[in-house]
Design a protein around this ligand. Structure first.
Ligand code: ATP
Ligand code: MG
Length: 438
């Protein structure tokens, strides 16, 4: 920057020196120089020295050096006498009447008919340049100070806005990781931090819900397992209390114990199945499966039970539909629903199964003309362990998990199960699965 201002000044003074050289080239004596330069406005405040080719001073605006060799600013003057224009910065110089600290001097050749006959030296004060520079430097310091004050205030504010709430949140999360799952933070304003806070609150609420669901599930599962176990306990106790074990009664009791054990096994199998499905949600192993064949397989494996009840099993599958699915999970879902249709339909009824595809969805419907479900029951049957008639189902052997498993399986595939039913008339379950082309 300093450089820039001094360059400007140098150009200015070189021009001035050349003009002076032009003007004085006609003069010969000190008086003639004085008179030709005297009126010049532009040499005011400048020191002007004119020398001959040997650097002997012919004219000096300060009237100090006339007749002697010009030594001040020697270097540039010698160059000027060789025909070069040159300017440089000078320091502590005696210019006209006053001494200056900063200045700029220029020396140029004086030509007469294109021949160098001497040189002209002009020096001016550069105090104005220095003043500007000082001003700029002062302003820079001022701006820097202002900026640092602002940065200080701003970072203090940031600390208040960000650091403190984040610290509070960190503390709460720490408590959470120590087991206190339900935590809520106070939310102020609408900043990103406030948003983080409300996201945190939602997460905590969700965690609490999940935790409650899990606790409920464990309690339900324990209860379901307890019932057959207490039956077994009672049966065994009464056998132990018998004076004499009649073979016929023993056989009957052991048969009851056996079916309770079967029931325990079924419940545990279903529970294991369900937990396994929960885990595999993220990495569902799919294959391209012919749905017609899958449904026919289900029907084939369940046919003996239907025959026992004298039920008719009809399937209507108009065309081949291939889906990318996990075969075991969907097989299980279809099986559980067909199994229900048979179980909850009286002897001599009909179960009707269809497979269709519309647009991007595949529908499997399982319709029966059995006992049906009230609107209230329809809402609950997908819950784990829910059975409409517990006492009755203890005989049919239901665990109340079949539909929960079926729905989980279908949802894992991005589909769902719908139900239409009327008490006493029958039910229709529809499995919807998204159809992807690969
Ligand atoms: N097609 C149906 N008609 C009438 N009621 C049904 C039908 N399907 C299910 N339900 C009712 O819904 C309840 C829940 O069914 P879900 O399949 O989950 O359990 P479950 O059949 O009792 O036991 P599991 O399937 O484990 O043997 C059944 O107990 C039954 O009361
Ligand atoms: Mg069932």
């Amino acid at each position: 920057m300093t450089e820039y201002f001094y360059n400007q000044k140098s150009v200015e003074i070189l021009t001035k020196a050349n003009m002076i050289a032009n003007i004085v080239s006609g003069a010969d004596t000190q008086e003639e120089y004085a008179s030709s330069l005297g009126q010049l406005q532009m040499i005011k405040d400048s020191r002007v020295v004119v020398t001959d080719l040997d650097a002997r001073v012919l004219y000096d605006s300060a009237n100090q050096l006339v007749g002697v060799a010009f030594l001040e600013g020697n270097g540039i003057m010698l160059n000027a006498l060789k025909g070069h224009n040159e300017a440089k910065r000078i320091k502590y110089s005696q210019l006209y009447e006053k001494k200056v600290e900063y200045g700029v001097a220029a020396a140029v050749p004086m030509l007469k008919e294109r021949v160098t006959v001497g040189g002209v030296y002009v020096a001016v004060s550069a105090e104005d340049v220095e003043d500007i520079l000082k001003n700029i430097r002062y302003n820079l310091i001022y701006i820097a100070l202002l900026v640092s004050v602002f940065v200080g205030i701003f970072s203090a504010m940031l600390a208040g806005i960000i650091t403190i709430p984040v610290e509070r949140l960190t503390g709460i999360i720490k408590e959470m990781s120590e087991g206190k799952l339900y935590q809520q933070v106070e939310i102020k304003g609408r900043s990103e931090i406030a948003e983080l806070g409300s996201a945190f609150n939602r997460m905590s609420t969700q965690l609490l819900r999940e935790e409650e669901k899990r606790r409920q599930f464990v309690s339900d599962a324990s209860h379901e397992l307890k019932t057959p176990l207490s039956s077994i306990k009672i049966l065994v106790d009464s056998m132990l209390n018998m004076q004499k074990l009649e073979p016929a009664i023993t056989r009957e009791f052991l048969g009851d114990i056996n079916s309770e054990i079967d029931r325990l096994t079924r419940i545990i199998q279903n529970l294991l199945h369900m937990t396994k499905m929960d885990v595999t949600v993220n990495a569902l192993e799919v294959k391209e499966i012919n749905m017609k064949k899958l449904i026919e397989d289900v029907v084939k494996s369940i046919k003996p039970i239907a025959r026992q009840k004298n039920l008719k099993l009809e399937t209507v599958i108009p065309h081949v539909v291939k889906l990318w699915i996990n075969e075991d999970e969907i097989w299980e879902a279809v099986f559980n629903i067909v199994d229900n249709a048979i179980k909850y339909t009286d002897d001599g009824g009909i179960v009707h199964i269809t497979l269709n595809q519309f647009d991007q969805e595949v529908y499997i419907t399982i319709e029966d003309n059995g006992i049906g479900l009230s609107a209230e029951e329809q809402e609950k049957i997908f819950e784990r362990f829910y059975r409409v008639d517990k006492a009755r189902d203890r005989q049919t052997g239901g665990t109340g998990l079949g539909l929960a498993i079926a729905r989980q399986a279908v949802r894992n595939h991005g589909g769902d199960i719908d139900i239409e039913s009327e008490e006493g008339k029958g039910s229709k379950f529809t499995i919807r699965l998204p159809y992807y082309e690969k």
